[in-house]
Design a protein around this ligand. Structure first.
Ligand code: AMP
Length: 121
């Protein structure tokens, strides 16, 4: 897998507003926030998409969720609630091919998350 901008953030080659780091993951604010609180939680291991998650990666993917919840608790938004999203490939709206949890909070979220009506043939 080729390097992405997230690999460069992990390596501190480009700046980011880092919220949390441990051996397995990094969390930082999204540069283009879609909610009052919007941060990303990424594994340090570069896994391109959800489709590429291997059995050996199950623990780190669970860890990303636990850290997301911990940061939400620290920010005081856990009780009100929040949304966690992982986009996959073109139709999922993925633009950076290094898996990441989007964590959005601080306002009520709408559902469904898309605007257009489903086309019927
Ligand atoms: P996705 O479209 O699901 O792949 O999400 C990629 C996310 O990465 C977008 O929400 C971008 O705003 C965010 N992003 C891209 N570059 C940076 C960066 N340098 N620092 C923080 N967030 C970034």
């Amino acid at each position: 897998m080729s390097d992405t901008i997230f690999t460069k953030i992990i390596a501190r080659e480009i700046p980011a507003d880092i919220l949390f780091e441990d051996e397995q993951c990094l969390a930082f604010s999204d540069i283009n926030p879609q909610a009052p609180v919007h941060f990303l939680v990424i594994p340090k291991k570069p896994i391109a998409t959800i489709n590429d998650i291997a059995e050996e990666d199950e623990a780190v993917v669970g860890h990303l969720h636990r850290i997301a919840a911990q940061i939400c608790a620290d920010k005081g938004v856990a009780e009100q609630g929040y949304r966690v999203v992982m986009n996959c490939n073109e139709y999922g709206g993925q633009t950076v091919y290094h898996i990441h949890l989007h964590v959005l909070a601080g306002k009520p979220m709408g559902w469904p998350p898309y605007q257009e009506k489903l086309k019927t043939a």
